[in-house]
Design a protein around this ligand. Structure first.
Ligand code: NDP
Length: 290
């Protein structure tokens, strides 16, 4: 039975995800590199801000850091409780998940790659989708902790499969974001009212999450609120394209999208939201999507 849970990495996602755990678990430890955030979390949500060495003594340990490199470096520097389950919610690299799962198994620790989807609002409302790779019995034991934060908790295969699904999901988001920018710029060039066009498309076969929420709330509103940083999307499309290369498949659309997102990331203002990628296309066309 789970006695204690820890959450490592209280960023845009982690801060909100960890907030749900005290509703279900008696002892919830939190740790963050900038430790003031952990203290603030403890005050706000009744968690316990502890040193990293203590956090990794929990039965279930969540992490949500920018990259797999960050997680591997952190894990290399700590002694994790034997018998614990590590649930890594980072959008990471499949190869790193396989490596960590093997390395930790020797110490009697289960590692699940369990990236999430649903944005910060999904973290806030505990409606995230977890796509989980790793040992099935560890998945079953970890299920209640993930269910505290998520709505769909899906085992998708062996170690690395969760990270793979997440990378492809975000690549599809990027393809869609870019193609909606091209489509709506074309409509604007033809003098069509974009709000009216959006109404029609959102009741038609061309609709998507991008047309339903991202475009109206971030692009057409010109708000571009920073909840999911563009460098993180660029990292995810990179992971996805590596998977394509490993599979030795042709994927021209994905390759082109990866190049576009990398270029947009290089030219964007620092600290830009992922939706700001469309600003590069606006520069080319001199059409502002509003
Ligand atoms: P943020 O940049 O908001 O937060 C990153 C967190 O990781 C912070 O707590 C930061 O600590 C910590 N951190 C960064 N580097 C290190 C390190 N080397 N060692 C220890 N801690 C470190 O990122 P998000 O919360 O947005 O994203 C986290 C992960 O979740 C990423 O992999 C992202 O791709 C994924 N994701 C993000 C979504 C979103 O909408 N934002 C949606 C779904 C997945 P500090 O406060 O000290 O800087």
């Amino acid at each position: 039975m789970t006695q204690s849970v820890a959450f490592i990495g209280l960023g845009a996602m982690g801060y909100r995800m960890a907030a749900h755990l005290p509703k279900y678990f008696e002892k919830v430890y939190v740790w963050n590199r900038n430790f003031d955030k952990a203290k603030q979390h403890a005050t706000e949500f009744g968690t316990l801000a502890v040193e990293l060495a203590e956090a990794v003594q929990a039965d279930v340990i969540f992490s949500c850091l920018p990259t797999s490199d960050d997680v591997e470096t952190l894990i290399d520097g700590v002694n994790i409780k034997s018998g614990a389950i590590w649930i890594d919610c980072t959008s990471g690299v499949p190869e790193a998940a396989r490596r960590l799962a093997e390395q930790l198994k020797i110490q009697n620790i289960d590692f699940l790659d369990a990236p999430v989807s649903g944005q910060t609002i999904g973290a806030e409302n505990a409606t995230l989708t977890f796509m989980v790779g790793g040992d099935v019995s560890a998945f079953e034991r970890a299920y209640p902790a993930m269910a505290a934060v998520g709505k769909l908790i899906q085992h998708v295969g062996e170690s690395g499969a969760g990270f793979a699904v997440k990378a492809i999901n975000n690549m599809l988001l990027a393809v869609n974001l870019w193609s909606v920018a091209e489509g709506f710029s074309t409509l604007k060039a033809h003098g069509v009212n974009l709000d009216a066009a959006l109404n029609c498309i959102n009741a038609s076969s061309g609709k998507s999450m991008v047309t339903e929420t991202i475009f109206p709330q971030r692009v057409l509103s010109r708000e571009f609120p920073v909840t999911f940083a563009l460098p993180l999307l660029a990292k995810d499309t990179g992971i996805a394209l590596n998977l394509v290369h490993e599979a030795k498949l042709p994927a021209p659309i994905l390759a082109l999208t990866q190049s576009l997102i990398q270029a947009a990331n290089l030219t964007a203002e620092p600290n830009s939201d992922f939706s700001s990628a469309v600003k590069m296309y606006e520069e080319w066309t001199k059409i502002t999507l509003k």
